[in-house]
Design a protein. Structure first.
Length: 232
């Protein structure tokens, strides 16, 4: 059952009285499916029944964040990828392995971070036998926001780090540009500090080995500034 606050948020977004029969895509919200009794396990269970947007229809499962209950850092990507959708865990595919390497090089332990995504279901388009990532729409990101808000309320990290443009604009506003502000620490309405950097999948898409090496080093440099701020 949704909380009164969750229902109020849904109504403020223009949701229908019966969320299962919402016809206005722009008005949809995951809020009615966020459980009244908040725990990380309750969120993981409840997200499987979420119908706040249509992405659940083609996804294997919803994928909530994972990490320690009181992690100091929350890393937020765009959405689960193909492997995450199959396995049910965030950042376990090639981009996740690259993120693990970057965190280690920066002196940050992955198992001390909460890792999650702005959108909890995998959006994809078929290409032969492959499922190719498709960027979620603004309405889909907005609809999924109550899950992320619930994670923030439970984990209460000191720093939230947006990985890539979709996550950064979901967290810091539509006018935010990673290219202008990457690697900088700033105050946010979510947490005491925020940061944005590139999504590790962008490094995997680089055209040459040299471009990938340079992009990886830049990601490590951003995360090293985060590590220094945490030490301070």
């Amino acid at each position: 059952m949704a909380t009164r606050r969750a229902r109020a948020r849904a109504e403020s977004l223009g949701a229908d009285r019966d969320p299962h029969r919402q016809s206005d895509v722009a008005a949809r919200s995951a809020a009615p499916w966020v459980p009244e009794r908040r725990s990380l396990r309750a969120l993981r269970d409840a997200v499987q029944g979420c119908r706040g947007c249509d992405l659940w229809r083609n996804a294997t499962q919803g994928v909530m964040g994972e990490g320690p209950r009181h992690a100091r850092v929350m890393l937020v990507g765009e959405q689960p990828g193909d492997r995450e959708d199959v396995e049910g865990h965030p950042f376990v595919g090639p981009a996740g392995r690259l993120l693990d390497r970057a965190l280690a090089d920066a002196g940050i332990a992955r198992d001390e971070c909460w890792v999650t995504n702005a959108v909890k279901h995998f959006k994809w388009t078929p290409r032969g036998k492959r499922r190719i990532h498709e960027r979620p729409s603004k309405n889909e990101v907005t609809a999924c926001r109550p899950w992320f808000q619930a994670e923030l309320e439970l984990v209460q990290p000191r720093v939230v780090v947006a990985l890539g443009a979709t996550a950064a604009q979901a967290l810091f506003g539509a006018s935010f540009r990673v290219t202008r502000s990457r690697g900088e620490l700033f105050d946010t309405s979510w947490t005491p500090q925020g940061m944005a950097t590139v999504h590790p999948s962008s490094i995997l898409r680089a055209r040459t080995d040299e471009e990938r090496r340079r992009a990886f080093e830049e990601l490590v440099a951003d995360l090293s500034r985060l590590a220094k701020a945490l030490d301070e």
